[in-house]
Design a protein around this ligand. Structure first.
Ligand code: DC
Length: 237
Protein backbone atom coordinates (compact mmCIF):
# COMPACT_ATOMS: atom_id res chain seq x y z
CA UNK A 1 0.00 0.00 0.00
CA UNK A 2 1.29 3.44 -0.80
CA UNK A 3 0.14 7.02 -1.35
CA UNK A 4 -2.55 7.69 -3.95
CA UNK A 5 -1.34 8.15 -7.54
CA UNK A 6 -3.26 8.57 -10.78
CA UNK A 7 -5.04 5.41 -12.03
CA UNK A 8 -2.68 2.69 -13.23
CA UNK A 9 0.47 4.75 -12.68
CA UNK A 10 3.18 2.31 -11.58
CA UNK A 11 3.94 2.63 -7.90
CA UNK A 12 7.34 2.22 -6.36
CA UNK A 13 7.16 -0.37 -3.60
CA UNK A 14 9.21 0.45 -0.52
CA UNK A 15 11.10 -2.52 0.99
CA UNK A 16 8.74 -4.47 3.26
CA UNK A 17 5.61 -2.81 1.90
CA UNK A 18 2.74 -5.22 1.23
CA UNK A 19 0.38 -5.16 -1.74
CA UNK A 20 -3.30 -4.30 -1.28
CA UNK A 21 -6.18 -4.99 -3.66
CA UNK A 22 -9.40 -3.21 -2.66
CA UNK A 23 -12.76 -4.61 -3.77
CA UNK A 24 -15.77 -2.46 -2.90
CA UNK A 25 -19.42 -2.55 -3.86
CA UNK A 26 -23.01 -2.83 -2.56
CA UNK A 27 -24.59 -5.77 -0.68
CA UNK A 28 -24.74 -9.07 -2.56
CA UNK A 29 -22.52 -7.84 -5.39
CA UNK A 30 -20.37 -10.94 -4.86
CA UNK A 31 -17.47 -9.00 -3.28
CA UNK A 32 -16.52 -11.49 -0.58
CA UNK A 33 -16.52 -14.68 -2.62
CA UNK A 34 -14.78 -12.90 -5.51
CA UNK A 35 -12.19 -11.41 -3.15
CA UNK A 36 -11.60 -14.84 -1.63
CA UNK A 37 -10.95 -16.48 -5.02
CA UNK A 38 -8.75 -13.59 -6.19
CA UNK A 39 -6.66 -13.89 -3.02
CA UNK A 40 -6.26 -17.65 -3.54
CA UNK A 41 -5.18 -17.18 -7.15
CA UNK A 42 -2.60 -14.54 -6.24
CA UNK A 43 -1.35 -16.19 -3.04
CA UNK A 44 -2.62 -13.22 -1.02
CA UNK A 45 -4.82 -13.33 2.11
CA UNK A 46 -8.46 -12.23 2.03
CA UNK A 47 -9.93 -9.81 4.59
CA UNK A 48 -13.73 -9.38 4.66
CA UNK A 49 -14.15 -6.01 6.42
CA UNK A 50 -17.94 -6.45 6.55
CA UNK A 51 -17.36 -9.51 8.76
CA UNK A 52 -15.81 -7.20 11.38
CA UNK A 53 -18.87 -4.92 11.42
CA UNK A 54 -20.96 -8.07 11.73
CA UNK A 55 -18.72 -9.47 14.50
CA UNK A 56 -19.00 -6.23 16.51
CA UNK A 57 -22.80 -6.42 16.10
CA UNK A 58 -22.88 -10.11 17.14
CA UNK A 59 -20.63 -9.44 20.16
CA UNK A 60 -22.98 -6.63 21.26
CA UNK A 61 -26.06 -8.84 20.73
CA UNK A 62 -24.52 -11.55 22.94
CA UNK A 63 -24.47 -8.99 25.72
CA UNK A 64 -28.09 -8.03 24.99
CA UNK A 65 -28.08 -4.25 24.65
CA UNK A 66 -31.06 -3.57 26.90
CA UNK A 67 -30.43 0.15 27.03
CA UNK A 68 -30.13 0.52 23.24
CA UNK A 69 -27.17 0.52 20.89
CA UNK A 70 -24.80 3.11 22.38
CA UNK A 71 -21.47 3.30 20.55
CA UNK A 72 -19.47 2.83 23.78
CA UNK A 73 -21.38 -0.37 24.53
CA UNK A 74 -20.70 -1.79 21.04
CA UNK A 75 -16.98 -0.89 21.22
CA UNK A 76 -16.66 -2.54 24.62
CA UNK A 77 -18.25 -5.75 23.28
CA UNK A 78 -16.04 -5.54 20.15
CA UNK A 79 -12.90 -5.66 22.28
CA UNK A 80 -13.32 -9.50 22.21
CA UNK A 81 -13.17 -9.53 18.39
CA UNK A 82 -9.93 -10.47 16.57
CA UNK A 83 -8.85 -11.17 13.02
CA UNK A 84 -7.13 -14.57 13.00
CA UNK A 85 -4.89 -15.50 10.06
CA UNK A 86 -5.12 -18.85 8.29
CA UNK A 87 -3.47 -19.89 5.02
CA UNK A 88 -5.72 -17.87 2.68
CA UNK A 89 -7.69 -15.45 4.89
CA UNK A 90 -8.10 -13.50 8.07
CA UNK A 91 -11.14 -14.85 9.94
CA UNK A 92 -13.22 -12.78 12.39
CA UNK A 93 -13.40 -14.42 15.83
CA UNK A 94 -15.05 -13.56 19.15
CA UNK A 95 -13.07 -14.69 22.19
CA UNK A 96 -10.81 -16.76 19.91
CA UNK A 97 -13.76 -18.67 18.32
CA UNK A 98 -14.47 -18.24 14.57
CA UNK A 99 -18.07 -17.05 14.23
CA UNK A 100 -19.00 -17.27 10.58
CA UNK A 101 -22.54 -18.68 10.96
CA UNK A 102 -23.52 -16.34 13.82
CA UNK A 103 -22.50 -13.18 11.95
CA UNK A 104 -24.60 -14.08 8.87
CA UNK A 105 -27.87 -14.57 10.75
CA UNK A 106 -30.91 -12.37 10.23
CA UNK A 107 -30.63 -10.63 13.64
CA UNK A 108 -27.08 -9.45 12.96
CA UNK A 109 -28.02 -8.43 9.40
CA UNK A 110 -30.87 -6.33 10.82
CA UNK A 111 -28.64 -4.29 13.16
CA UNK A 112 -25.30 -4.20 11.35
CA UNK A 113 -26.04 -1.09 9.24
CA UNK A 114 -26.73 0.81 12.47
CA UNK A 115 -23.41 -0.34 13.97
CA UNK A 116 -21.53 0.40 10.71
CA UNK A 117 -22.62 4.05 10.94
CA UNK A 118 -20.83 4.56 14.29
CA UNK A 119 -17.59 6.54 13.70
CA UNK A 120 -15.74 4.83 16.57
CA UNK A 121 -16.63 1.39 15.21
CA UNK A 122 -15.44 2.42 11.74
CA UNK A 123 -12.11 3.61 13.17
CA UNK A 124 -11.76 0.33 15.10
CA UNK A 125 -12.44 -1.82 11.99
CA UNK A 126 -10.03 0.25 9.88
CA UNK A 127 -7.25 -0.17 12.41
CA UNK A 128 -7.69 -3.97 12.61
CA UNK A 129 -7.70 -4.24 8.82
CA UNK A 130 -4.64 -2.01 8.37
CA UNK A 131 -2.76 -3.96 11.05
CA UNK A 132 -3.55 -7.29 9.34
CA UNK A 133 -2.27 -5.90 6.02
CA UNK A 134 1.11 -5.00 7.52
CA UNK A 135 2.33 -8.59 7.44
CA UNK A 136 0.62 -10.01 4.32
CA UNK A 137 -0.31 -9.10 0.78
CA UNK A 138 -4.09 -8.81 0.98
CA UNK A 139 -7.33 -8.58 -0.96
CA UNK A 140 -9.75 -6.56 1.19
CA UNK A 141 -13.45 -6.29 0.41
CA UNK A 142 -15.93 -3.78 1.81
CA UNK A 143 -17.58 -0.46 1.03
CA UNK A 144 -14.88 2.17 1.62
CA UNK A 145 -11.64 0.21 1.24
CA UNK A 146 -10.40 2.11 -1.83
CA UNK A 147 -11.52 5.51 -0.53
CA UNK A 148 -10.87 5.50 3.23
CA UNK A 149 -9.03 2.40 4.45
CA UNK A 150 -6.41 2.08 1.67
CA UNK A 151 -6.57 5.14 -0.59
CA UNK A 152 -3.14 4.09 -1.91
CA UNK A 153 -4.18 0.49 -2.75
CA UNK A 154 -2.31 -1.08 -5.67
CA UNK A 155 -5.58 -1.91 -7.42
CA UNK A 156 -9.13 -0.77 -6.67
CA UNK A 157 -12.18 -2.51 -8.06
CA UNK A 158 -15.82 -1.47 -7.60
CA UNK A 159 -18.27 -4.32 -8.28
CA UNK A 160 -21.88 -3.58 -9.22
CA UNK A 161 -24.77 -5.68 -10.52
CA UNK A 162 -28.43 -5.19 -11.28
CA UNK A 163 -30.45 -5.50 -7.99
CA UNK A 164 -32.77 -8.20 -9.41
CA UNK A 165 -29.74 -10.28 -10.40
CA UNK A 166 -28.07 -9.72 -7.01
CA UNK A 167 -31.30 -10.85 -5.29
CA UNK A 168 -31.54 -13.91 -7.58
CA UNK A 169 -27.94 -14.94 -6.82
CA UNK A 170 -28.32 -14.45 -3.08
CA UNK A 171 -31.55 -16.53 -2.94
CA UNK A 172 -30.13 -19.29 -5.13
CA UNK A 173 -27.23 -19.59 -2.70
CA UNK A 174 -29.45 -19.45 0.39
CA UNK A 175 -32.29 -21.74 -0.80
CA UNK A 176 -30.10 -24.09 -2.89
CA UNK A 177 -32.73 -24.02 -5.65
CA UNK A 178 -33.96 -21.61 -8.31
CA UNK A 179 -36.09 -18.91 -6.59
CA UNK A 180 -39.51 -17.88 -7.94
CA UNK A 181 -40.02 -14.40 -9.42
CA UNK A 182 -42.12 -13.42 -6.36
CA UNK A 183 -39.30 -14.46 -4.03
CA UNK A 184 -36.78 -12.49 -6.12
CA UNK A 185 -39.05 -9.43 -6.09
CA UNK A 186 -39.29 -9.51 -2.27
CA UNK A 187 -35.54 -9.97 -1.88
CA UNK A 188 -34.89 -7.14 -4.38
CA UNK A 189 -37.00 -4.85 -2.21
CA UNK A 190 -34.97 -5.80 0.89
CA UNK A 191 -31.67 -5.35 -0.95
CA UNK A 192 -32.58 -1.91 -2.25
CA UNK A 193 -33.52 -0.88 1.30
CA UNK A 194 -30.14 -2.15 2.56
CA UNK A 195 -28.40 -0.29 -0.27
CA UNK A 196 -30.02 2.92 0.90
CA UNK A 197 -29.07 2.30 4.57
CA UNK A 198 -25.42 1.67 3.57
CA UNK A 199 -25.26 4.35 0.84
CA UNK A 200 -23.14 6.87 2.76
CA UNK A 201 -20.33 4.35 3.30
CA UNK A 202 -20.47 2.73 -0.15
CA UNK A 203 -18.27 4.95 -2.30
CA UNK A 204 -16.54 4.24 -5.59
CA UNK A 205 -12.98 5.62 -5.62
CA UNK A 206 -12.23 7.90 -8.56
CA UNK A 207 -9.41 5.55 -9.58
CA UNK A 208 -11.37 2.30 -9.15
CA UNK A 209 -12.08 -0.04 -12.07
CA UNK A 210 -15.86 -0.44 -12.27
CA UNK A 211 -16.95 -3.99 -13.11
CA UNK A 212 -20.64 -4.68 -13.77
CA UNK A 213 -21.07 -8.39 -13.03
CA UNK A 214 -24.75 -8.65 -14.07
CA UNK A 215 -23.85 -10.69 -17.16
CA UNK A 216 -20.58 -12.21 -15.92
CA UNK A 217 -20.03 -15.55 -14.26
CA UNK A 218 -18.06 -15.58 -11.04
CA UNK A 219 -15.14 -17.23 -12.88
CA UNK A 220 -15.14 -14.36 -15.40
CA UNK A 221 -15.12 -11.63 -12.76
CA UNK A 222 -12.35 -13.35 -10.82
CA UNK A 223 -10.32 -13.76 -14.02
CA UNK A 224 -10.68 -10.05 -14.86
CA UNK A 225 -9.51 -8.92 -11.44
CA UNK A 226 -6.60 -11.38 -11.38
CA UNK A 227 -5.52 -10.14 -14.82
CA UNK A 228 -5.78 -6.49 -13.72
CA UNK A 229 -3.82 -7.27 -10.55
CA UNK A 230 -1.06 -9.08 -12.43
CA UNK A 231 -0.61 -6.16 -14.83
CA UNK A 232 -0.45 -3.65 -11.98
CA UNK A 233 1.85 -5.74 -9.81
CA UNK A 234 4.17 -6.55 -12.75
CA UNK A 235 4.53 -2.85 -13.53
CA UNK A 236 5.35 -2.09 -9.91
CA UNK A 237 7.97 -4.83 -9.65
O1 DC B 1 -20.80 -6.72 3.14
P1 DC B 1 -21.63 -7.06 4.38
O2 DC B 1 -23.10 -7.20 4.08
O3 DC B 1 -21.10 -8.22 5.14
O4 DC B 1 -21.48 -5.78 5.33
C1 DC B 1 -22.07 -5.74 6.59
C2 DC B 1 -22.35 -4.29 6.96
O5 DC B 1 -21.14 -3.58 7.17
C3 DC B 1 -23.19 -3.48 5.98
O6 DC B 1 -24.09 -2.70 6.73
C4 DC B 1 -22.19 -2.58 5.31
C5 DC B 1 -21.14 -2.40 6.37
N1 DC B 1 -19.79 -2.21 5.86
C6 DC B 1 -19.28 -0.94 5.85
O7 DC B 1 -19.99 0.02 6.20
N2 DC B 1 -18.00 -0.73 5.44
C7 DC B 1 -17.23 -1.76 5.04
N3 DC B 1 -15.97 -1.52 4.66
C8 DC B 1 -17.75 -3.07 5.04
C9 DC B 1 -19.04 -3.27 5.45
Amino acid sequence: MRSATPPFAPRVREPGETAVIAIDGPAASGKSSTAHWVAERLGFRHIDSGALYRAATAAAMRRQPAGGWAEGFVLEAAADVRLLPNRTSFIAAIGGEPIDAEIRDAGVTQYVSLVARMPGVRAWVNELVRDAAKGSDVVVDGRDIGTVVFPGADLKVFLVADPWERARRRLTQRLERAPTDDEIAEETERLVQRDSRDATQTVQAADAVLIDTTYLTQEEQVERIVTLARVVLRREA
